[in-house]
Design a protein around this ligand. Structure first.
Ligand code: NAP
Length: 334
């Protein structure tokens, strides 16, 4: 059992590793950064020198270096194999989403976690936004009745951050094989996880999936519209896009006797929660990553956790893979 702050390494030194994992660890008492590993030795060393921590030359060196846990922020196609390797050595893993791009790999990873002393959670930080936690609690208590329709809408145009206009996505994001789908995994996988978590889903069926490919020069999906069946009586709508503008995100739940509508609940401030029970409230959340990391550390200590478990994250992989296999691509239609 791990006690005290986790001795945590970050694997992947660019994007999510540099922008999120490193500063989140630095501002949280739940973990201490003990080293970094990227794909390039030079860049790993440069980042490590700047942070004043060791640069690991390999995963083997990291595993031999007294590390309790890894925040794994490598590209999607590397998630399952690297996480499996780590948990088999008893190292806890906070794995960036998606868990895997293939159901077989995700299942093998879930089995590896079950057979090890390690804990794994998948980094679905939007679960930790107060508005989402509040709605989840209301739904679990049955206050809104039996939900027959849940809709999650979020668009976020690429490039997601203040990068030079016209910057193309990285090679792995542009590749359907390496990403497992672009908009559907960058954005949609979060929305699917949120919907399944809110509904406490045990299984999911994809009823319909429509994709577009509308980013110039990229043969990967940019908008995904999914219709899912959860349980016997709930139809879930997932809408995500990284090319289309939108006035803001929505999470909506409807039952014969109640409803809730969350506006902009994926954004840091100004979440409007309107619901039949209780009265409308506004919540703010400037950082969903810190509570996620704290929850992960608690899970590693064997304490209750609301982070995405392997079994839960596997459901999202199943939905995404089924949608991509059975879906229609607008540009391919006659
Ligand atoms: N939770 C969220 O909301 C969220 C947000 C953004 C991204 N993510 C996830 O984070 C992951 C990375 O996305 P990103 O935007 O950070 O991508 P990125 O900017 O391309 O960074 C990927 C990093 O992985 C490193 N890498 C690649 N192969 C490696 C290997 N074999 N061993 C060690 N490091 C390796 C790269 O090393 P070099 O620096 O040497 O090239 C790079 O630092 C994706 O799975 C994405 O879905 C999650």
């Amino acid at each position: 059992m791990t006690t005290g702050p986790l001795r945590m390494a970050v694997v992947g030194t660019r994007g999510q590793g540099e922008r999120v994992a490193v500063p989140t660890i630095a501002t949280s008492g739940a973990a201490t950064l003990v080293g970094v590993l990227g794909s390039s030795t030079e860049r790993t060393r440069a980042v490590a020198d700047r942070l004043d921590v060791p640069a690991y030359p390999s995963l083997e060196a990291l595993a031999g270096g007294g590390v309790d846990a890894v925040w794994l922020t490598t590209p999607n196609h590397l998630h399952a194999s690297m996480a499996t390797w780590l948990v088999e050595r008893g190292i806890h893993v906070l794995l960036e989403k998606p868990m895997a791009i293939d159901v077989g790999e995700a299942t093998a990873l879930a089995e590896a976690v079950a057979g090890s002393s390690a804990t794994l959670r998948v980094a679905y930080q939007h679960r930790f936004r107060p508005a989402h936690q509040q709605l989840c609690a209301q739904l679990r208590r049955g206050e809104l009745g039996e939900i027959g329709r849940l809709r999650v809408h979020r668009h976020w145009k690429f490039p997601y951050f203040d990068e030079a206009p016209g910057t193309p996505p990285s090679a792995w994001r542009s590749s359907p094989a390496a990403s497992g789908g672009w908009s559907i995994n960058d954005l949609g996988s979060h929305l699917v996880d949120l919907a399944l978590w809110l509904l406490d889903a045990r299984s999911v069926t994809v009823l319909d999936a429509v994709f577009t490919r509308q980013f110039p020069g990229v043969e990967n999906d940019t908008t995904a519209l999914l219709t899912l069946r959860v349980g016997e009586r709930c139809v879930v709508g997932i809408e995500c896009s990284n090319v289309l503008a939108s006035p803001g995100s929505l999470v909506e739940a409807y039952s014969p006797t109640g409803w809730a509508r969350l506006t902009d609940s994926f954004d840091p401030v100004s979440t409007t929660v309107t619901s039949l029970a209780p009265l409308p409230v506004t919540t703010t959340c400037d950082d969903a990553y810190r509570p996620m990391l704290e929850d992960f550390a608690a899970a590693c200590r064997g304490e209750p956790s609301s982070g995405a478990t392997p079994a839960e994250a596997l459901l999202s992989v199943e939905a995404v893979q089924a949608a991509r296999r059975g879906g229609r691509y607008l540009e391919d239609l006659p």
